[in-house]
Design a binder for this molecule. Structure first.
Ligand code: RB5
Length: 150
């Protein structure tokens, strides 16, 4: 499975750590940057990964900033993106099962590396339950379409 990852400076080390471990798990990981640790603006990197999903370059995205909040706010501006900031394995499980989230956002300043890896693995390996949740996700899509008309 092809996935994308990006960060800002606050998530840079965690990005590189997760990238290597996820490659070892068999994921094809596209690194949308930054390539070196420098101060950058998280909206630029959230945009790259969101567009990667929109143009079907990748199936899922991982975005890391200091808290995961900025990345989730930006990613959720893009049509078809359902980004979930996950701080626990349970968050990640339900973000996939109930919300069919396609981007996970993490706080590089909040969660340890090992836990971040477990959270991310849960996110990537959990299926959307559909059932009663499908209608709700379809309502999100309808709202998104209607909001973008004006
Ligand atoms: C950068 O200092 C910090 O504001 C950013 O990483 C992120 O936490 C924003 O939501």
């Amino acid at each position: 499975m092809k996935i994308g990852i990006a960060s800002d400076h606050a998530g840079f080390e965690l990005k590189n750590y997760l990238k290597e471990l996820l490659k070892n798990e068999g994921y094809q990981v596209i690194d949308y940057g930054p390539e070196i640790k420098k101060v950058v603006d998280y909206p630029d990197y959230a945009e790259k990964v969101a567009k990667g999903i929109q143009n079907r370059e990748i199936k899922f995205g991982i975005l890391i900033c200091g808290t995961g909040i900025g990345m989730s706010i930006v990613a959720n501006k893009f049509k078809g993106i359902r980004a979930a900031r996950c701080c626990s394995i349970y968050d990640a499980l339900l973000a996939r099962e109930h919300n069919d989230a396609n981007i996970i956002t993490l706080g590089g300043r909040l969660i340890g590396k090992e836990l971040s890896f477990e959270i991310t693995k849960t996110f990537l390996s959990t299926q959307f339950t559909k059932g009663r949740h499908l209608g709700r996700v379809n309502k999100i899509k309808r709202i998104e379409d209607e909001e973008n008309k004006c």
